[in-house]
Design a protein around this ligand. Structure first.
Ligand code: 0X9
Ligand code: ZN
Length: 299
């Protein structure tokens, strides 16, 4: 039912996760970690070959923060498919567990299919405005309300009434906190721009281990052949953004934390052609080997 030649509705993506859960019970476990504002399930898929999952170092991957960035859930579902269904990739989880959430903002994602292709935010209702939605990547509890955020419910950068006001960001953060001892790498997929962004992003500020984070991202980016990615500090390369998930993950002690801005470079932008989906996925996947190898022994 799944392929990477077109963009899929949420029901197809969720059917794919359910299929994997029933077909590979020894390898994967699908968990509903919460419910979106409009009552859609929020799913995390665990991939583990361990007899006692949860004891190994782990990688967290998410997609679908911003509703219109359709290439993000496409790449994340491809990563899932390759890990679970291609035996040659089993080495990627021989020492590492994976927690993968392909669509963190399902309400927004569906809304871009049914009403407004360029919707970005969640779909929560405001008590002070008729405008809906919070930018989930301005809603995390680190430097919440700082630069590139808005208090206006009509803004695309609306930060919400408080950190974790959204059921989606709250459920995700609680799940990650529960696994924060194991999770060594936080990887969140956005589009577009072809960059790997290294914390911090709330301002041009560098964590003490910045050079290690940069080196790993640089190393991973040597795997790319078709698309050229730029690696650098988030605030310096792009612009300062406060309340984002990458900085928050770093702030709770997840050593390696990155935001990936997938292709393209802006030519098609969010409306990236379906014919580009598979090339983008295939170009990115080999970089995960670099991350998984590091995570297995890093910290
Ligand atoms: O602004 C964002 O949320 C991200 N870019 S996007 O075009 N996909 O909306 C970038 C976030 C980078 N992270 C930080 N600056 N902390
Ligand atoms: Zn985004």
């Amino acid at each position: 039912n799944m392929d990477w030649t077109s963009y899929h509705r949420l029901s197809d993506i969720y059917a794919f996760l359910t299929y994997l859960n029933t077909t590979y019970p020894k390898l994967v476990q699908l968990t509903q970690i919460g419910t979106s504002y409009e009552k859609r399930p929020l799913y995390v898929l665990r991939i583990s070959s361990s007899s006692s999952p949860g004891t190994r170092p782990a990688i967290w991957i998410d997609g679908g923060f911003h509703a219109r960035e359709w290439i993000s859930p496409a790449v994340v579902t491809y990563i899932i498919q390759q890990l679970v269904e291609v035996p040659a990739n089993a080495n990627l989880f021989s020492n590492v567990d994976w927690y993968i959430m392909p669509v963190m903002n399902p309400d927004g994602y569906e809304y871009t299919h049914t009403n407004d292709r360029y919707w970005r935010k969640t779909r929560s209702v405001s008590s002070t405005s008729t405008c809906r939605g919070v930018d989930p990547n301005r809603n995390f509890a680190f430097k919440w309300g700082g630069m590139s955020t808005s208090s206006d419910p009509c803004s695309d950068l609306y930060k919400g009434t408080k950190a974790f006001s959204e059921p989606e960001t709250l459920a995700m953060s609680n799940f990650i906190i529960g696994k924060s001892k194991q999770i060594k790498l936080y990887l969140t997929f956005h589009s577009y721009g072809q960059t790997i962004l290294v914390p911090y992003g709330y301002d041009v500020v560098y964590p003490p281990d910045y050079n290690e984070l940069l080196a790993l991202a640089d190393n991973a980016s040597t795997k790319f052949v078709k698309y050229e990615y730029t690696v650098g500090n988030s605030a310096a390369l792009l612009y300062p953004v406060a309340g984002s998930s990458d900085d928050w993950a770093k702030s709770i002690g997840i050593k390696y934390s990155y935001t990936v801005e997938l292709p393209d470079d802006g030519t098609e932008g969010f409306a990236l052609s379906p014919s580009e989906i598979l090339p983008v996925c295939q170009d990115f996947f080999p970089a995960l080997d670099v991350f998984a190898t590091k995570v297995a022994t890093c910290c």
